[in-house]
Design a binder for this molecule. Structure first.
Ligand code: C5P
Length: 238
């Protein structure tokens, strides 16, 4: 059994660019002097069980990312592929060239979650070995409301007990055969989900949850870079 990683990194980062002079996609912004994508790559490259990492980027960024990958010494283990118009399309493009057997494990991780740690990656792999599908999730601490959007703003329709809620993070891991089947079914039905688990859930598979952490957050909006720098500095001191 081998473990492969897909890093979708073809987003435009429009929420991050809002109100900023620079429109650089967030995965290429620097964190402590190194692009976010390289931090994320390093986190997975440091786990010996991982056989190969596939990064999906926008077509016009393929050459730049290949150069970054070589410059940071990852050339042998990292393959750069073209992403698509949605996160799901980017993952599908990487999956199409992944040399995995049905029983191998595929972990999908947001390129913009650079603070993932080796222990959580290992726990996810172990959970996939046992359950065939597992994602990292953070138990909700806030009370969660379901709302209806109206012209006057949001109106609460119900309160969802928070013990039933986890916030989906990544990595999200699956047996390769299961992920391929789920993606094929989604493509046939025109279903587009915001994560891989939703695609696998609708294919009828049970998906386990591995505890995540607040540090494994998705760099999304202005201010998040400072927060990531804080977590990085704290980790360096530990
Ligand atoms: O936009 P969102 O926060 O959902 O992005 C999650 C991850 O999916 C990011 O790493 C982003 O680069 C990636 N993505 C992608 N292809 C797209 C859109 C998003 O690889 N078309």
């Amino acid at each position: 059994m081998r473990v492969f990683v897909i890093l979708p990194a073809a987003g435009l980062g429009t929420r991050m660019a809002a109100g900023q002079a620079s429109a650089a996609p967030k995965q290429f912004l620097e964190l402590a002097g190194t692009p976010i994508l390289i931090h994320t790559l390093r986190a997975f490259a440091d786990v010996p069980a991982i056989a190969g990492i596939y990064v999906a980027v926008r077509p016009n960024e393929v050459e730049r990312v290949k150069a970054h990958v070589a410059e940071h010494g990852f050339a042998g283990r990292v393959t750069v592929v073209e992403g698509g118009d949605s996160r799901q399309a980017s993952v599908a493009n990487a999956l199409a060239v992944l040399p995995c057997e049905a029983d191998d494990i595929v972990l999908v991780h947001d390129a913009v979650r650079p603070l993932i740690d080796a222990a959580t990656i290992q726990r996810t792999i172990q959970a996939v070995e046992k359950h065939h599908a597992a994602i990292v999730g953070l138990p909700a601490v806030d009370t969660i409301k379901q709302v209806e959007r109206t012209a006057d703003g949001a109106l609460i329709t119900s309160t969802i007990p928070r013990e039933y809620i986890v916030q989906a993070q990544t990595p999200q891991g699956f047996r390769c055969g299961l992920l391929r089947r789920a993606f094929a079914e989604a493509a046939a039905d025109g279903f587009v989900g915001t994560d891989e688990a939703s695609v696998v859930e609708r294919a009828g598979a049970a998906v386990a949850v591995v505890p995540g952490s607040a540090a494994n957050f998705k760099i999304t909006q202005p201010g998040d870079l400072e927060l990531a720098e804080f977590y990085l500095a704290r980790r360096a001191k530990a």
